[in-house]
Design a protein around this ligand. Sequence first.
Ligand SMILES: Cc1ncc(COP(=O)(O)O)c(C=O)c1O
Length: 354
Amino acid sequence: MKKIPQVRDAIRRQPRYIPPAEGRAGKLRLDFNENTKGCSPAVLRALAKLTPDRLSMYPEYVATTRRLARSFGVRPEEMVLTNGVDDALHLLCDTFVDPRSRVVLCEPTFSMYRFYAELANAKIITLRYGAAMNFPLEDALDALRPGKSAPQIFFLANPNNPTGTLVSAKSLARMLKASLRTVIVVDEAYTEFSGLSIIRWIRRFPNLVVLRTFSKAAGLAGLRLGCIFANPKLISFLKSAASPFSVNTAALVAAEAAIRDLRTIRSYVAEVTRAREEFTKALDQLGITSYPSAANFVLVDFGESGPQLIRKLEQRGILLRDRGMEFGRRGFARVSIGTRPEMRRLIRAIKQIR
Ligand SMILES: Cc1ncc(COP(=O)(O)O)c(C=O)c1O
């Protein structure tokens, strides 16, 4: 093979990227924690009004940021828009992580925390959720103990993907007080389903960063819009490291329409909450273990035959996410929760296959 230019070691060490499955449209998609019903019709109407003039211009952020800030209950200088939470994580690592900086994660969790920390050549400290999918608070406080080796960033998904675990406000406050030198990133991608948000605490804790996304409850994963919330000083540093136009105009228009119609989001969340309860009861009746979840997905232990069940469901057009690898044993799947009729269809299929 011909010689190629030098590639960074952090990239060479990355396992080959396996792109997410394609061809999912039209199937019952319970594998990516997406909104299965779709966004508000108001979003589609707003997008249809986009003009060639608007599309030919580079995006402008000030007015949309002001309106979104009002909706989130913060000031515009306390937030920055990103190309999804993924882009926010990249930006946070670019801003705070030097090679060998310490980054704490609690696994199993959203894989992009590790991915961007590894790209930045961080030293990763890994905590583990317990057997009952409980958050290891004492280990977390230990990792945050002040000293020379204070971590740069602690990434926490709340609720956590894939365990569904919700860390209480009281525990979060203890973590935030434990080390003011560590940026505590609380990823609230599923906050609409948990009902717990600490976004307002950015005024209380200078080391708190909160992340939100329009990909989940708002049903806009395809447009890629996330937000970072923190005190204005941190936000201003993040802006210094950000690409100038990473968020596109369609995402801005869609997000504004979505927050003008919060009723649609609230009614979807209420439906998912009812469906989650009904679904876990039905699993229970079938003798299948699931773990309590504060999000729009449930971690299910289907046992030894799990992988086979997932394959058979796929043949019937129902997609689940196999998470056995992260638990070191076959059978774990993360099941996104859709509407009650969708979850009844899944339960019927499980009964037939078993
Ligand atoms: C905890 C968590 N954060 C962020 C994301 C991705 O968010 P976005 O689509 O805004 O990049 C996911 C998606 O699965 C997630 O589970």
